[in-house]
Each structure stands twice: as C-alpha cells, then as structure tokens.
Write a protein that binds this ligand. Structure first.
Ligand SMILES: [Zn+2]
Ligand SMILES: [Zn+2]
Length: 283
C-alpha cells in the first residue's frame, strides 16, 4: 500500500483537536508518508443546515462553516508552500452525500472544481422515519432516539445504510478527480454499544454489488483506520473481509487515518498494509 494518507482532518472540523495543520504535516513527514490529502468536511449546504432537526450540537460540529472555507484553503496553500519539497500535499474535502441535497452539493463542487485535487465522499446522515437526515456517527443516543425501530431490526438498518452509500456512488460529482468512498462500514461505529450482529447474506450481497459499482465508476475505497480507536467499534472501516473482497475485485484501496488530532496520524498503517500484501489475488 502506498504510503499515502488519503483522509485527514484539521481544526476546522469542530470535533477534533485545535492543533495547526503544520503539526499534522510535520508528523506525517516523520512517519514517512509521501502523499497527504487534506480532506476537511466541506461546508454543509445552507438549506440542509436550515432544515436540520437532529441534535443541535451536532449541527455546527459536523463540518467547517462556509465562513471558514477561505481560511482552510489558505492553510492548505501555506503547508504546500512550506513543506512541498518534503511531502506531496493535496487539496481536498470530505464531502457529505446528503440525500435530497444533491444539487446543492454539486453546486459547491462545481464552484471549487479548480481547487480540488481529490475528495472523500461519505455518508454520515441517514433519513429517519420522517425523512429527516440524522447523523449516524454522532452519539449512540442519537441512534437510539431517531432509529429506534431500525435498531430492533439491525439488518434493516444496514440495508438502509448501504442503499444510501450506493446512492452516494451514483451521485454525479461533476468532478474529474480521484473520488474515494469513505468508511463504508461506519454504520457499525457503535456495534458494541448496541451489540449489533454481523451482516446477513442479503447485506453481504448488497456490499458485493456496491464494491462492483465503485469499481465501475473508477472510484477508490477509503481503507480507514479510525474505527480501531473507537471504543464501541474496534475494527477498520471497512472490515478486513470486505477489504479482501475489494482487493480481489481490483478496487484501489487507499489508507485513511481520518485523523482529527496529530497523534492519530499513521495509526495501524503497518498492519493494514501487511494485511493487503498478504492477500493472494487469483487472477
Ligand atoms: Zn467521515
Ligand atoms: Zn473523516
């Protein structure tokens, strides 16, 4: 696996540390990364924020504010200038796929088309039974409150989540840059909290179709280390069985620390790279 971190955050996410971007880059250089993609959460559409009915605190701590966009871009330009001879720094966003807000999302991407080198496209919000988009990775209590019925039938919740991920892959970004589909098993973030069962055969078929679709679209898969450090998860996103399947299909996997603090950079890279190297691909 290339020594690339394709999924990283900054102080602008509002749910991580306040360390400056310079500190992240310096750490990545020490760890021997050759490529580093800064992928802060892109500002959420105004209309989405206005309609948001989920936990109040999550509304403003899910992404950078539109008013911070320029500072963010300046910070990325600053580290490119300062460290560009030591590490390849790329300009990116983690873009939320928001069901029903595709035009707004596309408009944002079009506006920043020239600036963007790569994106991570992620599903963090699912519609509740009223059709309102609610974060699935905020607090376990949020899941209990808004997805109580689904939690009684976890396979239904999984199916709903993978449907949304499929829609995200079908979303036309209008960009001509590398797109990575983010942490495709995020729905398991609180698996130990809720004692979630493994995916059943039907969900596994959905995942196989999803991987094939990602391959057809020419996208990549985010091989995300963050779950290992989450107390109620303890695995990579996606899990190693899915990673093996993706690798067999020929889908490019890119390591993502998903670091929201400097000390999370590079975590589990070795074991993840080793796992990939040890999969025999029968072709
Ligand atoms: Zn994410
Ligand atoms: Zn992220």
């Amino acid at each position: 696996m290339q020594k690339k971190d394709g999924h990283t955050h900054t102080m602008y996410s509002h749910h991580g540390s306040q360390e400056v971007l310079d500190a992240y880059i310096e750490r990545a250089i020490v760890l021997g990364f050759d490529t580093y993609v800064v992928t802060e959460h892109a500002p959420l559409p105004e209309k989405f924020l206005a309609n948001f009915v989920g936990p109040k605190e999550s509304r403003d701590s899910s992404a950078m504010a539109l008013s911070e966009l320029e500072d963010y871009q300046n910070q990325v330009a600053h580290v490119q200038e300062k460290y560009g001879n030591q590490i390849n720094i790329k300009r990116g966003f983690e873009v939320d796929y928001l069901l029903g807000y595709e035009p707004e999302t596309k408009q944002f991407l079009q506006q920043h088309n020239d600036w963007i080198d790569e994106i991570v496209l992620s599903v963090h919000f699912l519609p509740d039974r009223h059709g309102n988009l609610i974060p699935i990775d905020y607090e376990p209590e949020t899941l209990s409150q808004y997805f109580a019925t689904e939690l009684l039938m976890p396979q239904v919740l999984f199916a709903k989540y993978f449907d949304a991920v499929k829609q995200s892959v079908n979303f036309e970004t209008g960009l001509d840059v590398p797109v990575r589909i983010g942490h495709i098993t995020l729905i398991r973030k609180y698996q130990k909290y809720f004692d979630l069962p493994p995916f059943d055969d039907s969900v596994h078929r959905q995942i196989t179709e999803l991987l094939t679709l990602i391959l057809e679209k020419g996208y990549e898969l985010d091989f995300n280390a963050a779950g290992f450090s989450k107390p109620f998860n303890g695995e990579s996103y996606p899990t190693f069985d899915i990673v093996a399947e993706a690798h067999q299909l020929g889908l490019p996997l890119v390591y993502g620390s998903d670091a929201h603090s400097v000390d999370a950079l590079g975590l589990h890279f070795s074991e993840m790279a080793e796992f990939l190297e040890n999969i025999s691909v029968d072709k």
